[in-house]
Design a binder for this molecule. Structure first.
Ligand code: CP3
Length: 340
């Protein structure tokens, strides 16, 4: 197996900088769109053969790790809050959870029972893959944002009303999510995932004081336990320029940086005893290929060849991104870093 990604996560010396990209399987690829004409997104996630096929699609672009094809919202359904993906709208939770009674009713599920299809896909993928497999889950804050708001949100006022005003209910919800996510990620490691990533996409909505009070203890509960498994535990979110030190203290062996924080500054603040990944603005991939390559080299320069650097984007690849530019960036990072 090509394990350069795992060695970089452990901050060992590597022959070249490994690359993977968030949302690397998806609509920018013609072969994904072709499958989506025949199946819904949830069908792809719930059929291990199809999830395996989609996970493998971006491997032809030369990525050094595969990320399991699934979605952070999948646990909501077995917990008792079904949702669907609506065209043009994104995820829609059918009955948003906004009362103490509803939170009490949410089930802390057994991953094998509620999400066995994800674990089956991991076992299937482990037989096919020649690079490490990254499993993942959403973090409590980001999951709560969809559960309470009912979908995407601009201001998160329904969620924050509970967080600030009914903090006991908030804490109960965070505890339930933390336990589900901890057990789910442990089950993914047992099924064969080589690393498990925690996605907290929207936590940059909070001030440092609010992050410390309402979120950090729950994230720490999950990450400190996962670190005991010995697999790398990357963590990633956006808009976190003011939260990096608190995020580091919450745990995680590789910290994600979006493009608003310069990599050199972000890594110094996180500390060189952690790896870092991310940082290139995903919209740069829409620029002429030479411009995209230049931006990729800037990220490499900022990492100064330190052990623990994994090349990635600051957020997921967007639909419409030219596949050739993605491939050119992967090749550029591999070639340029091998010469350093
Ligand atoms: O290669 C991969 O990364 C694929 C696996 C993956 C998906 N979702 C599949 C998916 C991963 C890692 C995710 C994570 C995810 N899902 C996050 C965290 C990362 C981030 O981007 O912030 C979040 C917030 C979600 C929730 C979600 N899923 C939203 C808001 C949407 C709709 C918006 C959108 O991007 O279209 C989804 C749908 C979704 N999940 C798609 C894919 C490939 C869209 C594709 C489709 O409709 O076919």
């Amino acid at each position: 197996m090509n394990d350069v990604f795992l060695r970089a996560c452990r901050r060992e010396k590597v022959e070249y900088t490994p690359v993977w990209m968030m949302r690397q399987a998806g609509r920018y690829m013609a072969e994904y769109r072709a499958l989506r004409e025949k199946h819904t997104l949830l069908e792809l996630c719930k059929t291990p053969e199809l999830a395996t096929q989609v996970t493998l699609q971006p491997m032809r672009l030369g990525m050094d790790a595969a990320i399991l094809f699934a979605d952070i919202l999948l646990p909501l359904e077995p917990m008792g809050a079904p949702f669907s993906f609506e065209k043009g709208e994104g995820p829609v939770v059918h009955e948003p959870v906004r009362t103490r009674e509803q939170v009490e009713k949410l089930r802390v599920i057994d991953p094998e029972e509620g999400l066995g299809y994800v674990l089956a896909a991991i076992r299937m993928l482990k037989k096919e893959l020649k690079v490490p497999l990254i499993g993942f889950a959403g973090a409590p804050f980001t999951l709560a944002s969809y559960l309470i708001e009912g979908g995407k949100s601009a201001h998160y006022e329904k969620m924050k009303k509970i967080m600030y005003g009914e903090t006991d209910t908030w804490n109960l919800l965070m505890q339930k999510f933390s336990e589900v996510v901890r057990k789910y990620l442990r089950a993914q490691v047992e099924a064969g995932a080589d690393a498990v990533q925690l996605f907290d996409s929207w936590v940059g909505q909070l001030s440092p004081a609010d992050y410390a009070e309402y979120v950090q203890p729950h994230v720490a509960y999950i990450l400190k336990d996962l670190e005991k498994t010995g697999v790398p535990v990357p963590k990633w979110s956006t808009g976190t320029a003011t939260l990096l030190e608190l995020q580091r203290d919450a745990g995680g062996t590789v910290i994600g940086l979006d493009w608003r924080t310069p990599l050199a500054n972000g890594w110094k603040r996180v500390g060189y005893d952690r790896g870092v990944q991310g940082n290139m603005d995903p919209t740069v991939l829409f620029a002429p290929v030479e411009v995209a390559k230049k931006h990729a080299l800037r990220v490499l320069d900022a990492a100064e060849n330190r052990p623990g650097h994994i090349f990635n984007l600051g957020h997921g690849i967007l639909p419409g991104t030219p596949v050739d530019t993605v491939k050119a960036v992967v090749d550029t990072v591999h070639e340029a870093s091998a010469r350093r």
